[in-house]
Design a protein around this ligand. Structure first.
Ligand code: GLN
Length: 515
């Protein structure tokens, strides 16, 4: 098989091609590493690539295959990991100076489960500092670029993982999604992103941002790939007490029939008017209309809904996420984790003794955190402070319960909710300097996060400007099977008409980097 063809296969086909002997794990890994070498000097999706270990592990898969040994469902599949998930023995930065020098002493359960399924971890991917952001521009490692247009952002905060999949450097990557960080970058780069139901996937080893909303989720080139990844990732974990005992289903294999004969007959899909705070730009609206027509043509009934709390979701998230972050990030004090203020280390012992512990905290945290993270810590601390707690934190918690109730009730009347994933397609680098403007990227992704619901972002074709657009399908708690089926039917039907979304990456040849 020609090496370039590997770039277009998803993990499901790669895993079976490998078993059939169409190519070896080493050939596949070699292809991915070379592609990373060519493309990533521009894109900067990776913070670190584990070249030698990845090649060694690929050889081990080939040996096991030759010996007729048992292989996991992702055997030999290269995966990239967002750099807020621990990989034992590797640096873990969260894109922040505060974690400088920190090496993870254990692996996140999600990483461990991928490895147990045979996947090979290729490297750590870039993110907005501490997973706070929508553009992948706030990392100490610099911005990741969008392979569709190097002048645009890949979305965030899992922008590195999204760009790595979109540019075919790896077929599968992990991200984390608190308010949209898997789905929004998936939308901006034309890949599939799944946020599982809260509690479906262990958060053990994920650096906490807002613990009531954080979930680990896969990004991939096809719906069946995120389904397969979910099969591997899901299930209770004694190390994360919020994981539930809901049964792990064969999500991946159950989709085959739908791909062959896509139909949504008998399904009711709820949608809300894209007006007021939920307004989208014209290009997104055009793609959204086309998506609705496609869903109807596939047999779905589109049910208009009034969900008045939906346009409050972003405001609620903007209070609660910083509150939880301000508490979670208190652990980065320059003592137990993270970087200690440089001056303190250079000082004579006698001078250090004069420094109070508080000085040390303040100096370490002032140096270690970037402006967006500081903004959130300040906001959260303010909203939780005595006197203001009632007007902000408790009020937002009450509003949160309303959102939860309203969405869950709606999902008893319809099979799933649909919306665009984002109000615009990928924006230009540096274009959103105003925090509120940046936060608006999450207007559709926040609500499922608040309500703990599973939601998937699936490519919905290109805008007139040639940029990816995306459809979000949200389900009832633990209804992943249903949203995966809907997304698969939509994906199969769209691809039959328009083909797979794939960036041209002409810049890769023009960049002068040897093949
Ligand atoms: N963009 C959102 C934020 O900045 C969501 C981040 C996330 O999901 N990690 O908070």
């Amino acid at each position: 098989m020609a090496a370039e063809e590997l770039a277009h296969l998803d993990s499901t086909s790669l895993a079976s091609g490998l078993r059939r002997g169409d190519f070896s794990a080493l050939e596949l890994m070699d292809f991915c590493l070379r592609r990373i070498q060519r493309a990533d000097s521009r894109l900067q999706a990776f913070i670190e690539v584990f070249t030698d270990d990845a090649l060694r592990e690929a050889e081990a898969v080939d040996r096991r295959l030759a010996a007729g040994g048992r292989l996991g469902p992702l055997a030999g599949v290269p995966v990239a990991i967002k750099d807020n998930l621990s990989i034992a023995g590797r640096s873990l930065s969260c894109g922040s100076r505060i974690l400088e020098g920190y090496v993870a002493p254990y692996s996140a359960t999600a990483v461990e489960r991928l490895q147990r399924a045979g996947a090979i971890v290729v490297g750590r991917t870039n993110l907005d500092e501490m997973a706070m952001g929508s553009s992948c521009e706030t990392s100490i490692w610099g911005s990741t670029l969008n392979p569709w247009d190097l002048g645009r952002v890949p979305g965030g905060s899992s922008g590195g993982s999204a760009a790595a999949v979109a540019a075919a450097m790896v077929p599968l990557a992990l991200g984390s999604d608190t308010g949209g960080s898997v789905r929004q970058p998936a939308a901006f780069t034309g890949v599939v992103g799944l946020r599982p139901t809260y509690g479906r996937v262990s958060r053990h080893g994920l650096v906490a941002f807002a613990s009531s909303f954080d979930q680990v989720g896969p990004l991939a080139r096809s719906v069946r790939d995120v389904a397969l990844a979910l099969e591997v990732l899901a299930g209770p974990d004694p190390r994360d007490s919020t994981t539930t005992k809901e049964p792990v289903e064969s999500w991946g294999s159950s989709l085959q029939g739908i791909e062959d004969a896509p139909s949504l007959a008998g399904l009711r899909l709820g949608w809300c008017e894209l007006a007021g705070d939920l307004a989208v730009d014209a290009a997104t609206e055009a793609c959204w209309r086309r998506s609705c027509q496609r869903l109807e043509a596939l047999g779905a009934t589109l049910v208009p809904l009034q969900l008045p709390t939906l346009d409050q979701a972003l405001a609620i998230y903007s209070v609660l996420a910083p509150c939880e972050a301000s508490s979670n990030l208190a652990r980065f004090d320059g003592v137990r984790f993270g970087r200690r203020a440089a001056e303190a280390e250079d000082l004579e012992d006698s001078a250090v003794e004069e420094l109070s512990l508080e000085d040390l905290y303040v100096r370490s945290r002032s140096e270690g955190f970037g402006p967006e993270v500081k903004r959130r810590i300040l906001l959260g601390t303010y909203a939780l402070s005595a006197g203001d707690r009632e007007s902000y934190y408790y009020r937002a918690r009450r509003a949160l319960r309303q959102v939860r109730r309203e969405l869950r009730e709606a999902l008893e009347r319809v099979d799933a909710l649909i919306s665009p994933t984002t109000p615009t397609s990928a924006f230009a680098l540096g274009a959103r300097r105003e925090p509120l403007e940046m936060y608006r990227s999450d207007i559709f992704t926040c609500a499922p996060s608040l309500a703990g619901l599973p939601a998937i972002a699936v490519p919905a074709g290109l805008t007139g400007e040639g940029l990816p657009s995306s459809l979000q399908v949200t389900g009832a708690p633990f209804a992943e099977a249903k949203i995966l089926r809907i997304a698969t039917a939509f994906e199969a039907d769209r691809q039959r008409d328009e083909g797979m979304l794939r960036p041209s990456m002409e810049w890769m040849n023009a960049s002068g980097v040897a093949a």
